[in-house]
Design a protein around this ligand. Sequence first.
Ligand code: SF4
Length: 335
Amino acid sequence: MTEPELLRVEGLNVHFPVREGVLNRVVGEVRTVDDVSFSLRHGETLGLVGESGAGKTTIGRAILRAIEPTDGKVLFHIDGEVVDITKLSSRQLRQFRPNLQLIFQDPYSSLNPRMTVRSIIAEPLIASGLAKTMDVEARVQEVAALCKLSVEHLSRYPHAFSGGQRQRIGIARALVASPKFVVADESVSALDVSIQAEILNLLKDLQDQLDLAILFIAHDLSVVAYIADRVAVLYLGQIVELASTKELFSAPRHPYTAALLAAIPETDPDIETRPVTLEGEIPSHGNVPAGCRFHTRCVYAVDRCRSEEPEYREISPDHWVRCHLTEELSDELRR
Ligand code: SF4
């Protein structure tokens, strides 16, 4: 049975003005996130992939209001109501914050070296005021155990731990307030491959136990293939394809997705990789190409791609693509 929807992002924009001169006049804008829409169900993992600079981290932070969105809605279903996170006042947001948490990118720099593990994990309970209504020590021990940390670990400082253990502390901190939604931003990229697997398995276990929805941001597609139920591919601030992980990896329908997949090294010598290549740099968010923003790097681009922006459309149930030639390229892009 399909789980009900937890979070819906509609038309999310994060634009920054470009100012110049002594009068500090606005002369342009940097469109870091442009018209992004997607949804997440209870207990689901949505992978958000793309090259660095595509806007992945900004989307995660805009949903959490760590960066203020310029426009759009972030609708959260809770207790039979729908709350638009973008409309909450600072005080309301502080109260709402326990529902939304972030697992930081770097387990080495994200933990305060002067705080014990116990204080680090308890921090969100104190910041949100939840500490006043619960036994903090019992909750910290409970969530530490879920993240495979012992009671003895709680009195130590972060420097006493390995990268994998530190990331487990970061996960415990993110989960202590019982959130329903977590943004995991490149949460395993700084770790060795064997430790990555350990942390990914822990996240999967915790998700099953806690019915957690995760927006899993990563540039490594093989990691995303392992953990995500569905994947959104981001290019220059826009989602260009979104589909179930199985469908997206076996039958990509956007040339950019196909190029990203072709770049994954094939370990089986009998499997022929597709000749789709990705050349050149991602353009600047301050100078987005006209028409399809991928046209400057797309080997299939035609005249129409240079002048007309493709519509983001659902080509089959829950498979969304932003390309003029989706139907024509269907066989060509298939893996
Ligand atoms: Fe390539 Fe044109 Fe499709 Fe853009 S719209 S991805 S340029 S074929």
